[in-house]
Each structure stands twice: as structure tokens, then as C-alpha cells.
Design a protein around this ligand. Structure first.
Ligand SMILES: Nc1ncnc2c1ncn2[C@@H]1O[C@H](COP(=O)(O)OP(=O)(O)OP(=O)(O)O)[C@@H](O)[C@H]1O
Length: 731
């Protein structure tokens, strides 16, 4: 240890306090170290300063999305980078070198052996081999180089046990000559055709996904935007239900009880809309169950919180191992947003026989809270990792021939694990045409093949759905470009030509002026009655959802606060809104905290409208008196509007600009991503990819500096966790 390393617990706690004062750590992180110190003192023990540091840093890493602290990395890599200390937004003058010691200086002489001996404290740290069942109650748990808060170690165990027990179930259709296999074959052929929907030339990954998911109690279907995840899961549910319905009448059988869920209200509403529109349109070939089959597929999608029965103010749910959900199949969409704690709660609430199907895009940003469950489980999805036995089964049941590159060599025991056999990556994009710039840019970023030359076609106007706007730092000229784009969507900056441009401009790309014009032009007469105002609100909300400005940061001119102000001011100047207070007609707001009494969820978007007093509730005011109310979609599949008084909204932000993190699970016809003028640890490949893939028809990028974009696209996020190792996916 070097001379600056604190030699006593008191000195270490004082150092942690200085990190807290400098805003490097959260109060929670330091309080945790203090708690361990005082617990040890009551036992008459004294903990080593290094252990106290480890405790605070483990809590710090959890706050940053990691499931654990990777001690090995602290000795082999730059600790400042691993811990992001000083934090990305630290102001150098305030936390100058003299004020605080950096982790790199503090830990420069600390070896792995030092860590191991400090953590060898059985009353505080439970040390366990990778998959032993640990029943101790120590506040920290160490598994090899990973140090966990016990709660988070437990979540990983629950998830891994839930997956492993489901993968271990032998399903009858696994045996190609069985009756179950022949029923599955028939149902798959009815839904996809004997050769699959891609024709006989290439593998139909959707049919493969259905077949693999049908033979496993746990499965994942991953893929980029528009690769058909929803379409595939719908067909899968039809296949599962059709097979289940054939057995009806056999004692004890009934149609499958299926539930669909998503992590946020927004994502749930989007899946619900997509499924409702698809069930009737789906061809079910000559399956004998006919319309009964369609009716047995739910179209209502609930949030995970609602499904599990969250209890406000607690971490507990109404459904858990002692009161499991009464279901047979659970589908979770947008699973990349589900953190370890919620995923563990799902596994606990599922009855042991229930099938779990996860859908999501493995390359998107991970959950806001700790964990990267989908990304970690899908780390080998690109390569396939199917065993020869799986490939042969797919050939017999789905009539799909896997390319050799996706099949592992059976002699390599580290490959072709059980979990690999239940994951399918959809590889063909159906939503975007071959000339789509959105698709090409997203693929380029994911492939990591990025340099200035590769960006040229995107900047040079080769794609009609993509606009690349360069601005110069935070100058007045930059502000003008951003405000103009936010107002109009700048159709002229999309390289559309001639009559195509005219046709397209009818339908976009729009900016915010569009929804404000709809608001002004289609406002019902004051005595039109509540249904007319509901319809008006729906039209305004729909128009608003056609465009969204996204950004990476919260603060600064290119962050949420700066952009919201810039855009609101520009709309005000153009008299599209009248900002005479914090609440005004046209103000769009984003709910930032669940509010169960108002039935509003974090992420819900509403628009402030001026309506007659009688619209939202019986009122003593004169019917002609106009008041401000915020219109939110009801979000229960009814298509209704919930009117809320602004004074009741405690946690909302204006949402002309939204962070990419908040936009997960949403999609907009025109998405504009504004990047800051300097690199930041927040700017990552996952963030850029998630931003681009929120766009359905048009994508515009506003970049002050091309290098910032390139740096971001090269910077990957790797969250520390042990789930992959527990399931044999990584060492
Ligand atoms: N096999 C297919 N043949 C023809 N069209 C398809 C096929 N699969 C999907 N599509 C179409 O592609 C579009 C995108 O499909 P879908 O919504 O299922 O994709 P997704 O991966 O769920 O999209 P998202 O990224 O929005 O979650 C839909 O219009 C769908 O009808």
C-alpha cells in the first residue's frame, strides 16, 4: 500500500466523506461502509480500510448499473475509468486534485492479494464458489473477482436458477418421432408454410425462433427494429395454443393462460397496438382450431409492475413464490429494459411450469437500474452456438437448414450450452427497405466498423430517410439550426427530390409546429361536449408522437434542459405557443415518477390543452370558462383520455427534448438525435444505436463535432455481472 492509503477505518471513512462532499459518491454508498464499520464495532471487531472502501465502491457501482464490483478489473485496468471517478460532470475547480484523491492514486499499490486478504472477513463477506447455494446472511458476497451486495447476488441466483430449471425440462416435442413433434411440425407449417417465409434459399429465422421457443420453457427472441419480433411471438403463441388446444378434453388440460407484459406503460401500449392490429390479419393456414385460436391470444399488454402487483412504497409484489401468477405463458417485450431486480421478481412470481419468452433488442441500452440481463444472455446470439443435435432437430421439425457457421463443434465443451439452444436472433429487417439510411447507419454502428470514410454516404445525402446536420459548437448559428429543425422537421434537409418530396411532405418529416397546428386548427367548439374534446386530444397526442428530439445529456446547451428551453423559446417567438407561466396550452410533459393515484407511469407523455371546465369533471364554472388540463392516453387499451389538472402533477418535465434513456420502448415517425459538442462517458455505441432505432420513417442527426459521434460509436458499455458465468456463457 502506498503512503496516501488510509491506515485506519476512521481515516478511510474520512476519505469516503471527502468523496461524498465532492459528489463522487452517493450518501448511500458511504452510509453502507459506515454501517459495516459500526456492525463490526458492536462485535468488537475492526474492518480493514480496504474492505470499507470495497463496500462503498460496490454500492457505487450498483448505482451506476453494474450488478457487482469487479475487483480483478481494479487491479488490471485504470480504476478511474472502471469507477468513472471523478464523475463525468465533475467541475475540475470544485473537486480539484488537491481536494480529493483519485482511485488510481489510492489503489496504485493494491494487488489482488491485498484485496483477497481484506475481503477474507467471514462475518462481513460471504465467499462462495460460482454456483453453490449460499445461505449466509453477510452483507457482502464474493464470487471469485466479483463482490456483490447480497441482495444483488441473490437476484442473479434467482434468475439463473429460474432459467436453468426451465431449460432442464424435457418437452415431448424434443423427440422428433413423437406425436407432440408432429403436432408442432404441422402448426409451424400452417403458420410459416413448409419452407418458411424467406423461401427455400435462406433460413427463416422467424420459423427457427418459433421452433426453438416451442421446445423450451425459457426462450429469447432478439433482433433489431422491424425484424419481426412481435410477428414471430404472435405466431409462436398461435403454435403453442394450437398444440395445447388439440389436447383439450384430455383430463386436466385447458387452453394456455397467456399474459403479455412490458417494462413501461409506453412499451406496453405499443405492443398492445401492434398485436391488436396483427392478430386478425395473421394467416393461420389450415389449423383446425380456426377463430377459436385467434380469440385465445390476448391483445392487452400490461406493465410488469401491474402484472406482479406492485405495492407502492415497498419492493414487494403481490405475486411471489408463495402466491404465483395464475398463468402458463409469459411474454415480456422490450426485455433489454428489465433490470436484475425486476427480472428476479418475475422468476419468483412465475409458477414452476410456466414458460417465459423474452423479446428485445440485445444491442440497445441496458436497463436504467442495475443489470444488463438481456444483453448478457444474448452475448453469443450473433454466432448462434447451436449443437449438431439442435440443427438436426430444426431440420426435422421446422425444415430449416442452419448454415454451418451457426453450429458449434461438439468437442468444444465451452460452446453450445443449453441456453444457446433457446436463443434466436432475427436477422432480416422487414420494416426498412434496402435503401434505408436508418437501417444502414444502425447496422454500421452495431458492427463497429466506423471511421470518417464510412460516414460519408450518410453525410452526403445518399439516403432519403436520413438528414445529417452539422452545427458549430454552442453558437447562435447552431441554436438557429436546432430550433428551425425542431419547429419544421426541415424537410429540405432530407435528400428527397421532385414529386417524391411533394408526396412525402404531406406526411412528414414534421417538427413540433405540426402538432401545434393540429391543436389550433381542430379545436372543437366550446359546447362540443366531452367526446369531441377526447378525440381532439387523441389527434394532438398522435401528431405530437410523430416527432421527438432526443439527446444524450441532461445538462448543458445540448442536454435536455438547454434544448427544452431553446425549443420552447423558438415556438414562443413564432407564436405557436404562449408561454405566460410554467403551464400553457401545448406544453408537452413527460411523467418522471409513477403516480398510482393518478394512474400515471414514469415515461407517460401528456399534452396541456385549454378546455371548457366541464370536460375533465363536473364543474361549477361556467361551461364557457376555459381551463388548462393535461391529456394523457388512458393506456388501458380503451383508447380513452385521462384529463389531469396541472396542479396534481408533481413529477413531470417538459418534453420537447428527452434523453435517449427515457425514449427506450418508444418509437417516433421522425426522430432527431442531438449530440453534445464534447465526448462524455455517457456517449456510447448503445446510446447512439438506441437513438437511431427510435426512428420509424425519418432520422436526423445534429452533430457539433463528427469526432464526438465516432468516439461515441466506438465506446461500448460493459456492465459487471456474473449471470453469463452462472449459465456457462462466459468465464
Ligand atoms: N415474415 C414476414 N413477412 C413479411 N412481413 C413481415 C414479416 N415479419 C415481419 N413483417 C412486417 O415487418 C414489420 C415489423 O414487424 P414487427 O413489428 O413484428 O417487428 P419488431 O421486431 O417487433 O419491431 P419493433 O422493433 O418495433 O419491436 C411489420 O409491418 C410486419 O408486418
Amino acid at each position: 500500500m502506498n503512503h496516501i492509503f488510509p491506515q485506519t477505518p476512521e481515516a478511510m471513512l474520512a476519505l469516503l466523506d471527502s468523496w461524498l462532499a465532492a459528489d463522487w459518491l452517493r450518501a448511500l454508498d458511504v452510509a453502507f461502509a459506515r454501517l459495516l464499520d459500526s456492525q463490526a464495532a458492536t462485535r468488537g471487531e475492526s474492518l480493514s480500510p480496504l474492505l470499507l472502501l470495497a463496500a462503498a465502491l460496490t454500492s457505487h457501482q450498483v448505482g451506476r448499473g453494474h450488478v457487482c464490483l469487479h475487483i480483478g478489473q481494479l487491479t488490471s485496468q485504470d480504476p478511474d475509468a472502471i469507477l468513472v471517478l471523478p464523475p463525468e460532470n465533475a467541475i475540475p475547480e470544485e473537486v480539484g486534485e488537491s481536494a480529493t484523491v483519485r482511485p488510481s492514486s489510492l489503489l496504485s499499490a493494491i494487488t489482488l492479494k491485498d484485496w483477497e486478504s481484506a475481503l477474507n472477513e467471514p462475518s462481513t463477506v460471504g465467499g462462495v464458489p460460482v454456483d453453490s447455494s449460499f445461505t449466509g446472511s453477510t452483507p457482502l458476497v464474493r464470487v471469485g473477482p466479483r463482490l456483490y451486495l447480497r441482495r444483488f447476488w441473490t437476484y442473479e441466483q434467482i434468475i439463473s436458477d429460474g432459467i436453468r430449471s426451465r431449460l432442464a425440462v424435457t418437452v415431448p416435442c424434443n423427440e422428433p418421432d413423437s406425436q407432440a413433434a408432429s403436432q408442432l411440425r404441422e402448426a409451424l407449417d400452417a403458420m410459416f408454410g413448409a419452407e418458411g417465409t424467406s423461401g427455400s434459399q435462406s433460413a427463416d429465422w422467424q420459423k427457427i425462433a418459433c421452433a426453438l421457443a416451442a421446445r423450451s420453457q425459457f426462450s429469447i427472441i432478439t433482433g433489431g427494429p422491424g425484424t419481426g419480433k412481435t410477428t414471430t411471438v404472435l405466431r409462436l403463441l398461435m403454435v403453442l395454443q394450437s398444440v395445447a388446444m388439440r389436447d383439450l378434453g384430455v383430463r386436466g388440460t385447458r387452453p394456455l393462460r397467456i399474459r403479455l407484459a412490458a417494462p413501461t406503460g409506453k412499451a406496453a401500449a405499443r405492443l398492445s397496438e401492434s398485436i391488436s392490429g396483427s392478430v386478425d390479419a395473421l394467416s393461420i393456414g389450415d389449423l383446425p382450431e380456426g377463430d377459436r385460436l385467434r380469440l385465445s391470444i390476448p391483445t392487452v399488454v400490461t406493465t410488469l409492475h401491474r402484472l406482479l402487483g406492485s405495492r407502492p412504497g415497498t419492493r414487494l409484489f403481490r405475486h411471489h413464490a408463495g402466491n404465483p401468477l395464475p398463468i402458463d405463458v409469459l411474454v415480456i417485450d422490450e426485455a433489454s429494459m428489465v433490470d436484475v431486480e425486476m427480472m428476479a421478481a418475475v422468476f419468483q412470481a412465475l409458477p414452476p411450469h410456466a414458460r417465459l419468452i423474452l423479446l428485445g433488442d440485445k444491442d440497445q441500452l441496458s436497463s436504467v437500474d442495475a443489470g444488463a440481463v438481456l444483453g448478457e444472455l444474448c452475448q453469443r446470439a450473433n454466432e448462434g452456438g447451436y449443437t449438431p443435435a439442435t440443427a438436426q432437430w430444426l431440420q426435422q421439425i421446422a425444415k430449416q437448414q442452419l448454415d454451418q457457421g451457426y453450429i458449434v463443434n461438439e468437442s468444444d465443451s465451452s460452446q453450445g450450452r443449453a441456453i444457446d439452444q433457446s436463443i434466436t436472433m432475427l436477422r432480416k429487417t422487414w420494416r426498412f427497405g434496402d435503401n434505408s439510411g436508418i437501417k444502414a447507419l444502425a447496422e454500421l454502428i452495431n458492427a463497429g466498423r466506423l471511421d470518417a470514410a464510412a460516414l460519408e454516404p450518410f453525410q452526403g445525402g445518399s439516403f432519403s430517410d436520413l438528414a445529417w446536420l452539422k452545427v458549430r459548437g454552442s453558437s447562435a448559428a447552431s441554436s438557429d439550426v436546432i430550433s428551425m429543425h425542431a419547429l419544421t422537421g426541415s424537410p429540405a434537409s432530407f435528400p428527397m427530390k421532385g414529386s417524391l418530396a411533394d408526396a412525402w411532405s404531406q406526411d412528414g418529416p414534421f417538427g413540433y409546429q405540426h402538432y401545434l397546428e393540429i391543436m389550433r386548427k381542430t379545436r372543437p367548439a366550446v359546447d362540443a361536449g366531452s367526446p369531441a374534446f377526447d378525440d381532439w386530444a387523441k389527434a394532438v397526442l398522435e401528431a405530437f408522437s410523430r416527432f421527438q428530439v432526443l439527446c444524450a445529456l441532461r445538462a448543458g446547451p445540448f442536454g435536455v434542459a438547454g434544448l427544452n428551453e431553446l425549443i420552447a423559446e423558438a415556438l414562443n417567438t413564432k407564436k405557436l405557443i404562449q408561454r405566460n407561466g410554467s403551464w400553457y396550452a401545448g406544453r408537452p410533459v413527460l411523467v418522471t415518477r409513477n403516480d398510482y393515484s393518478l394512474k400515471l407511469m414514469n415515461g407517460d407523455v401528456g399534452i396541456t390543452l385549454s378546455v371548457p371546465a366541464s370536460v375533465s369533471a363536473p364543474s361549477r364554472e361556467s361551461p364557457s370558462t376555459r381551463i388548462l388540463r393535461v391529456a394523457f392516453p388512458m393506456g388501458d387499451g380503451s383508447g380513452g383520455i385521462r384529463w389531469v389538472s396541472p396542479s396534481r402533477l408533481q413529477a413531470v418535465d417538459t418534453v420537447y427534448a428527452m434523453t435517449v434513456h427515457k425514449s427506450q420502448g418508444s418509437e417516433f415517425a421522425h426522430t432527431c438525435l442531438v449530440l453534445p459538442d464534447r465526448s462524455s462517458p455517457v456517449l456510447t455505441r448503445e446510446l447512439i444505436y438506441t437513438g437511431i432505432t427510435r426512428a420509424r420513417n425519418w432520422f436526423s442527426l445534429i452533430v457539433p463535432d463528427e469526432q464526438t459521434f465516432l468516439d461515441a460509436a466506438r465506446h461500448r458499455v460493459v456492465r459487471s455481472s456474473g449471470l453469463g458465468e452462472l449459465l456457462g456463457l462466459s468465464q
